[in-house]
Design a protein around this ligand. Sequence first.
Ligand code: FES
Ligand code: FE2
Length: 421
Amino acid sequence: MTSFASLIEPDRIHGSLYTDAAIFSREMKVIFRDGWAFVGHESEIPEPGDYITRTIGSEPVLFLRNKDGEVRVFSNRCTHRGNRLCHEGRGKLRGGIMCTYHGWAFSFDGDLLAVPYEGGFTKAKENYSLRQPKMASHRGFVFATYNPDPEDFYDYLGYGKDLIDKSVSMSPVGKIRLDSGWVKHLFKANWKMLPENQTDGYHANHVHKSFLKVFSSQYDELKTNEEKRVGSVVDWGNGHASIEVSERYDGPLQWLGSNEERYPEYVKAMNEAYGENEARKLMTEGPPHAYIFPNLFLGEANIVIIEPVAPDLSVQHHSPMLLEGVPEGLNARIIRQSEGALGPSGLLLADDSVISEQQQIALQGKSGWLEISRGVDRERLEDGKRIGHVSDETTNRGFWQHYLAKMNRSSVETPVEPELV
Ligand code: FES
Ligand SMILES: [Fe+2]
């Protein structure tokens, strides 16, 4: 029987972790259903009846706002014969949720309200409420878990709380909104390759060479040699990780390829909200480039969701992170930046997706071991964070050690028990 500890060593991991179907289904249970996973942001469903369809691992869920204005998460599955209740990615429901198969109707709180030809059923309607995971949120970021006795939400979030706070603090009123739509990219690759790549500072000057040739940008530093490269990577614990590039900026809004002269109203609002020193620091450093385990990536001016579909298939969803209380010109600039980096004809994501797919192809068969040792002898510990050179694999090691802590309660061959709830 293969244990996870035998597949994950401090500085190398086994290739089967990306390809094995039993490992994938174990992850869907242990990491996604039993742990906390990101579902959506409250701003996506502003009005009662607004809904979004998402997944928690492979569980389809419905993220909706009830009549009292409260946010709810349900399994997107009818409790009669399991039909998917809402088919579209987003929409607005009036009155309740009606199943398209036999017409059972549910309230926005998941209660079964009405059943056509009721006479044939003998069980009470209370038995058929929609399945509802536990829910918790921070600054409008909603997470859920199917674990009836989950880890404390803020223990799970750990330093992730500060990373979310930093993103949200780009707004002078401390609020973001995700209402400009989502782009979905299909990756023929294992879901774990996405966060590994998102926090990998080693590949940028190689994979994104064409981008670096065309544009003068904050990534220019990456073209130079190892010693001259500025920045660091951080393993924040709990699987969360970031690339810190803010040292490259010496003035507000350089992270957006802009400057403070272009957005004086924003600068004024930030100064009033946070005081000049803190505002300048926030505007100069910009939003974090940070991954929150297991499926949320705070991609600077983007919010990214990682959706695992199969061992060799994932979907990456991304939306520009728009700021409340700022001139719309600034949000327009954020949308353009998002399109340029991650959009359908964007310059970064296409490069990364090709690499993930080539990695996936190469790992089929007897793939053996993958190396994650870069910088293992030069990282340092600071307040529980592990910090490495910007090109080191500190973030990968942090991800895998957390993954191991989660998964090693089970062995690879253990079949996933059906959940009889
Ligand atoms: S499956 Fe939903 S009403 Fe029958
Ligand atoms: Fe990349």
